[in-house]
Design a protein around this ligand. Structure first.
Ligand SMILES: O=C(O)C1=C[C@@H](OP(=O)(O)O)[C@@H](O)[C@H](O)C1
Ligand SMILES: C=C(OP(=O)(O)O)C(=O)O
Length: 443
């Protein structure tokens, strides 16, 4: 997605207290994996709650190009006719991952094990994101992948390599890297073992197990061997915690709010934001609502509460990696300073999220000090109106839509089309809950 400002803008301003009951769309991480693993399974899998966002749809389109028949009988529904672990066929051209780091990195591992060549490309933002984190360890397994200069996409993956299972310790805490190695491990001789510096989301491991592939895993550790098969199974995708996070923060910071978010996915590797917000004084009542697709889900009732700044414990960073844009806004609305550290990964997401949030908050009158791996946000000052660059990053755009609900003037958020990658319909859901938010042609 371009960051030139030629797309849609939002004009956001204070609305009413946030009230009502919301269900946010399906989890992006689970949706990518559901398409991938159902495609490789023997038999037909039905997916419910599939995220109708551009990232997950890009992965779906890629598997169609790889010869998998996927029906879409209704919104959020997919019927995937699996071709079996060795059933993918060579694509007739480059495969477009769109804006999705998850799609490209997981596919790098999966396609490295195929007998055919493939090329993975992405949009302008994805084309600037680092891929050596997957290509270097995959090369140690025997994969042959060429990148552009500096380890950037496109990825030219040479098929027909004999992969060898090895033990790898990842340099960064990244579920994408871990998953790429495990997916290559499906095609490797012997055992692939991955250890992580901090535990990350384990959806790949859980879904492999649910589809019958023997795997041993615990936080920060996963081990599997090649040579098995996957059995088709129906998959229910829970609501995405990272999408719910914007409403959790919004209801916390807008006075008078009382919002119920129903059946939110509560995988413990995703919910770091809840610990941090509660430590800041947030009022979040959690009622377990059973399981969906093997994941715990809860109803979350969030009421406005005064927040105070904290030092964010680094142990929570990996468990809230996509929630920092929203957290920066909570910090700006809290009294006192909030210190974020150990979060250098934020600099290599869809945008440099530390710089994008620091610059945007400064434009609204907030004092922010940047560090290489985080920032100190001085909360408590009244937020002003202003113009914000989203840098074509969905999470930056949504974070500033929340900030605007506390601003004294109008906030123009530029270039918000990218929100459709993870949260299609965010603006209408937000307006329904009480946000002041209208779309406008980019100025
Ligand atoms: O595995 C996944 O589905 C994801 C892992 C995280 O990325 P990293 O693995 O780069 O931390 C996260 O930021 C991304 O939105 C989704
Ligand atoms: C970083 C994200 O996704 P991806 O890496 O898949 O582009 C995100 O959704 O915030």
């Amino acid at each position: 997605m371009s960051s030139s400002g030629t797309g849609t803008d939002w004009i956001a301003s204070q609305g009413t207290p946030l009230r009502g009951t919301l269900v946010v769309p399906g989890d992006k991480s689970v949706s990518h994996r559901a398409i991938m693993l159902a495609s490789l399974a023997d038999g037909t899998s039905r997916i419910e709650g599939f995220l109708e966002g551009e990232d997950a749809r890009a992965t779906e389109a890629i598997f169609r190009r790889l010869g998998v028949s996927i029906e879409a009988p209704g919104p959020g529904q997919r019927v995937v006719h699996g071709v079996g672990i060795d059933g993918l066929r060579a694509p007739d051209g480059p495969l477009d991952c769109g804006n999705a780091g998850t799609g490209m990195r997981l596919l790098a591992g999966l396609l490295a094990g195929q007998p055919f060549d493939s090329v993975l490309v992405g949009d302008a933002s994805l084309s600037r994101r680092p891929m050596k984190r997957v290509t270097v360890p995959l090369a140690r397994m025997g994969a042959r992948i060429d990148t552009a200069d500096g380890g950037m996409p496109p990825l030219h993956i040479h098929g027909g390599s004999a992969l060898q299972g090895i033990e790898l310790v990842t340099d960064v805490a990244s579920a994408q890297v871990k998953s790429a190695l495990l997916l290559a491990g499906l095609y490797a001789r012997g055992t692939t073992t991955v250890r992580e510096p901090h535990p990350t989301r384990d959806y790949t491991e859980r879904m492999l197990q649910a589809l019958g592939w023997p795997i041993v895993f615990s936080p920060g550790y996963a081990r599997l061997e090649g040579g098995h098969r996957l059995a088709a199974r129906d998959i229910v995708v829970p609501a995405d915690f990272s999408s719910a996070a914007f409403f959790i923060v919004a209801a916390s910071v807008v006075p008078g709010s009382d919002l119920l978010l129903e059946r939110v996915g509560m995988n413990p590797r995703r919910t770091g934001l809840l610990h941090v917000l509660r430590a800041m004084g947030a009022d979040i009542e959690e009622t377990p609502a059973g399981e969906q697709g093997g994941e715990p889900v809860s109803d979350l009732r969030v009421r406005h509460a005064p927040l105070r700044g904290i030092d964010v414990p680094t142990e929570h960073v990996a468990d809230m990696i996509d929630e920092f844009p929203a957290l920066f806004v909570a910090a700006a609305c809290a009294t006192g300073a909030t210190v974020v550290s150990g979060a250098a990964e934020l600099r290599v997401k869809e945008s440099d999220r530390i710089a994008a949030m620091a610059n945007g908050l400064r434009a609204l009158g907030v004092d922010v000090d940047e560090a290489p791996d985080g920032a100190t946000i001085q909360g408590g000052a009244a937020l002003q109106g202003g113009t914000i660059e989203s840098h074509g990053d969905h999470r930056i755009a949504m974070a500033f839509a929340i900030a605007a609900q506390r601003a004294t003037g109008e906030v123009r958020i530029r270039d918000v089309d990218n929100v459709a990658t993870s949260f299609p319909g965010f603006d209408s859901l937000a307006r329904g809950a009480g946000f002041g938010l209208v779309a406008s042609r980019g100025a």
